[in-house]
Structure formats: C-alpha cells, structure tokens
Design a protein around this ligand. Structure first.
Ligand code: NAD
Length: 266
C-alpha cells in the first residue's frame, strides 16, 4: 500500500529499539527521510545499521530527552541535517518507578513524568515551528493502555500516559486546520526491551522462567488480551505508519488501541 509519504521527512524518537525502530523501518520502506533518535550514540548507530534504508534516507542523532535544552538542541541538529520535518513519532519512554503508591518517592514520580509526559511536550514545542511550515504534518505519540486502564503498580507511568492523551487531544484542536494532525497509539504488552525487563523481574520474583512469567502475566494481569500473547513491535508500527500517512487525512485527535482487547471498556 502506498502511504503517500515518499519524500516526507520524519523524526522517530526511541528509534534504537522496539516500536520506534520498527516504525523507522516502515517509514523508510515508504521512501521517507527518517531521523532516528535515542539516548545512547553507540546503541543508536548499531540500531541504525540494522535498518534497511534502500528506499529512503536515514540519519541518526542521539539526544537525552529528559531536558528541555536537549529537545531544543535536537531540533537544531535535525534541521541542520534534513531541514524541516513533516512527521514526528514520539516513541521514547520509560516504565519508571514501579510498586504500590506508598512505595514510590518523589524521585520516582519526577523521573516518569519528566521523560514520559514532559518529554513529548518539550519535543513538540521544539519541533512545532518546523511541523507547521509545510501545510502538511503528522504527530503520533505513544501513549499506553495504562492511560485509560491504570494499574496500581505503575501509577507514575499511568499518570504520565494519561497526560499524553489529554495533551494530544488538546493539541489536535490547535493546528488541524493548517494540516497538522495529532494522534495517539496505545499499545499493550508488546515484545520489546521494555516488557522484556518487566518479565525478567517477574520471573526472578516468582522463581520461574521468563516464558512462564509471560504466561502467568497474561492470565493474571491482562485477562482481556484476547489473542493470548505479547504483541510484536511491527504490529504497532503498522498503525503508527498509517497515522503518519496521507491516507489518514481525516484522522485527528484519536487514540488507536493496539492491545488485542486489553482495555476492557468500549
Ligand atoms: P523500548 O524500551 O524498546 O524503547 C523505548 C526507547 O526510548 C529506548 O530505546 C530508550 O533508550 C528510549 N528512551 C528512554 N528514555 C529516553 C530519554 N530520556 N531520551 C531519549 N530516549 C529515551 O520500549 P518500547 O516498548 O518500544 O516503547 C515505545 C513506546 O511505547 C514508549 O513510549 C512506551 O511507553 C510505549 N508503550 C510500550 C508498550 C509495550 O508493551 N512495549 C505498551 C504501551 C506503551
């Protein structure tokens, strides 16, 4: 399917791993110019080296998006490399502090809110002038099932992702008439390093293997994931790529769940 984004320029944060990496791959296959960004220069270069850029053009710029200054610098660096971007996919994120409310201190809250909520806000502020210029733009934020179905062992993450949904919905009202469309994608339990770490910890806590930990997590903690398995990053990237495309020309302010039914409500 032609997504109509050949020649468009995209920034994908969280691009060295999981959902971000797969999204970068799909956008490259569609002929886009893609800048991947992530925390660590060496990891990022290695991950970029695994991307097939035969159809598009690929650049990699490292940035730690836990400060406003870094977001502003990234906008300067990206502009110097590729000019204005048309597409922003904000996939960088952390699980943050886990545990019940009384076990999480202010530092735990600050860390998750800084990366998972302020990160997308600062990135958007830094890149907005570029995104508004072309009369055609797309922003896709990675929220989570946790945004609308909060779990009590990761409240900072839930609160941050709920904030992303509210922020994105409000922002989608501001510039749509100019052609800048804003949407969210909310995955659940995708097989990436983020959930690998969670399952490793669960396995250690239960004295079980990782596969057993995954099975028990699905049975006990995610009963509405009707497909009974972890999702694959490419299954999320497909929806993100659609929202980045010209085909999604009437989709704005939405939240697409890619969770095999995990969110129990309609
Ligand atoms: P991942 O851990 O594979 O990728 C996240 C990337 O973000 C990592 O490469 C990490 O280095 C980067 N990152 C973290 N902090 C950063 C910072 N300060 N600056 C720059 N980069 C930073 O995880 P993933 O599963 O691909 O997650 C992608 C997005 O999807 C995240 O926002 C996550 O919250 C969301 N999400 C994932 C799942 C899931 O089940 N995997 C479910 C719901 C939502």
């Amino acid at each position: 399917m032609d997504l109509g984004i050949t020649g468009k320029t995209a920034l994908v944060t969280g691009g060295d791993s999981g959902i971000g990496w797969e999204t970068a791959q799909l956008l490259l296959r569609e002929g886009a110019t893609v800048v991947v960004s992530d925390l660590d220069q060496d990891n990022l270069q290695e991950a970029a080296g695994r991307l097939d850029a035969a159809e598009g053009t690929l650049h990699a710029v490292a940035a730690d998006l836990s400060s406003d200054a870094a977001a502003v610098q990234l906008a300067v660096d990206v502009h110097a490399l590729v000019g204005d971007i048309d597409i922003l996919v904000q996939s960088a994120g952390i699980t943050g502090a886990q545990g019940r409310f009384h076990e999480i201190d202010d530092n735990g809250w600050t860390q998750a809110l800084t990366v998972d909520l302020l990160g997308p806000i600062r990135l958007t502020r830094a890149f907005l002038p570029q995104l508004r210029k072309g009369g055609w733009g797309r922003i896709v934020y990675l929220a989570s099932e946790d945004a609308v179905q909060p779990y009590d062992d990761e409240l900072p993450y839930c609160a941050a992702k709920a904030g992303v949904l509210a922020f994105a919905k409000g922002l989608s009202r501001s510039y749509a008439a100019e052609g800048l469309l804003v949407n969210c994608v909310s995955p659940a339990f995708i097989a990436t390093p983020m959930t690998d770490k969670m399952m490793q910890k669960r396995a250690e806590g239960r004295g079980s293997g990782v596969e057993e930990a995954i099975e028990s997590f699905l049975d006990e903690e995610r009963p509405y994931m009707e497909l009974g398995r972890r999702g694959e990053p490419h299954e999320v990237a497909a929806v993100i790529a659609f929202l980045c495309s010209d085909l999604a020309s009437f989709v704005n302010g939405s939240n697409y769940r890619v969770d095999s039914g995990s969110v129990a409500t309609i």
